[in-house]
Design a protein. Structure first.
Length: 192
């Protein structure tokens, strides 16, 4: 019959009279350097992902508001306008309102100003520092209250700081479709 002997663990080396535990300074610095190199490569990817998500979110909100404008015009019995404007702070905004052309404007910092007789339905602002903006339209889009049609047809461009662009194309019937230039935004068809 064999008996197993339990061997004692080897003693840790003593350095300066104390037992050595943990990592040395060189090992810690090497680990920190490797971690920083990995993070340095990942941060631009996270920035690109964040910008892409903001681009998609802004385009989706605009599409929802375009559909809301058509619906509000038909159910309310009065024409609804959409104006896409630039702000003084370098951002952009759009306003949905009833009333005459150019009756509502963006003031910046979430504020708008409407002339007498105009009623603001919705204001959405994109700050200049947000990384996503809308290209201003030369004139407002009108959703007809009786036919539900749009005059004029338009393409509203949602642009990210890195150049990726989503086009929200509004046809004469008030329907909206999204597309991107030459596959610049994944998951969307190419604009024709």
């Amino acid at each position: 019959m064999q008996t197993s002997q339990i061997r004692p663990l080897p003693r840790q080396k003593k350095i300066g009279g104390a037992r050595r535990r943990g990592l040395s300074m060189v090992e810690l610095l090497c680990s920190l350097t490797i971690t920083l190199l990995l993070l340095g490569g990942a941060l631009p990817m996270f920035n690109e992902l964040r910008t892409g998500m903001a681009l998609h979110a802004t385009a989706a909100l605009l599409e929802t508001d375009l559909q809301f404008a058509r619906s509000a015009a038909i159910t309310g019995g009065t024409s609804v306008r959409l104006s896409v404007l630039g702000t003084t702070a370098g951002g952009s905004c759009y306003v949905l309102y009833t009333g005459a052309a150019d009756a509502c404007r963006c003031e910046g910092r979430g504020q708008s100003r409407c002339d007498a007789g105009a009623r603001l339905l919705r204001l959405e602002e994109q700050a200049g520092s947000a990384g996503v903006s809308l290209v201003p339209l030369q004139r407002s889009i009108v959703f007809d209250a009786h036919k539900g049609t749009v005059t004029p047809t338009a393409t509203v461009q949602v642009v990210a700081a890195d150049g990726r662009t989503i086009h929200q194309v509004v046809n004469i019937m008030g329907r909206v479709r999204a597309c991107a230039l030459a596959g610049s935004v994944g998951g969307l068809p190419t604009c024709r």
